[in-house]
Design a protein around this ligand. Sequence first.
Ligand code: DHB
Ligand code: FE
Length: 279
Amino acid sequence: MARITAGVTTSHVPALGATMDHGRTQEPYWKPVFDGYEFSKRWIASAKPDVVFLVYNDHASAFSLDIVPTFAIGVADEFHIADEGWGPRPVPVVKGHSKLSAHIAQSVIQDDFDLTICHRMEVDHGLTVPLSLLFGQAEAWPCRVIPFPVNVVLYPPPSGRRCYALGKAIRRAVESFDEDLNVQVWGTGGMSHQLQGPRAGLINTPWDQRFIDRLIDTPGELAQMPHIDYVREAGSEGIELVMWLIMRGALEDTVRTTHRFYHVPASNTAIGHLILENP
Ligand code: DHB
Ligand code: FE
């Protein structure tokens, strides 16, 4: 059977993608950020996932702001890279896993979580930056990727509680797939940041650190936190953090913290990155 072995969280700041694409990761401003991913690159090279179920948010690239699904799943075998204004990032095409993604869609929808099914979809920095941070500048991505976009750009986003429960449904779905696959679930975006308005530039390190502690140790309690707390404490874009709860719901109640990294600032954002493994 397929099994979920680990969860990864990471911020997705687009400037990190541009920095990697332009060979500038060793510059003094950026080096401390990329140093935090050195361990992770070695770890994932030995963890060797067959499939990454990648929870992220689209930033008006695949979905215009006319139609934004709350939860969507990419069921295609291939996803092309979106042009976000400077041409598509020079990274490999993303290969999906249509059989597993169709199985997850069926299982999760029958489990009362309504997903939008995407047979063709471009993927933006929300998905490609996390892949680049973990896999570096690959010729081809070394595993299949199932893109799972969540609406955190237009009000109202899903609650943390619903995201956490959805993670559990995703775990049931993966574990009922009749093929021996090593699956990781990634929850991306965050941590504290606000890109607009009078509070632009907001960072809240104590709140971020406490969020990480609670995500690891008491996720069921953390999942009860209302939206307003995310926005007040972590800024308007801090709401991206609800996606981390999908990852956490897909893991066991008790997990091993293999790696924990936090850095401020990168562009306008507090970078948070975790590797959690099932015991
Ligand atoms: C930044 C962060 C984001 O999450 C994003 O989607 C765009 C920009 C930033 O910090 O610049
Ligand atoms: Fe973002």
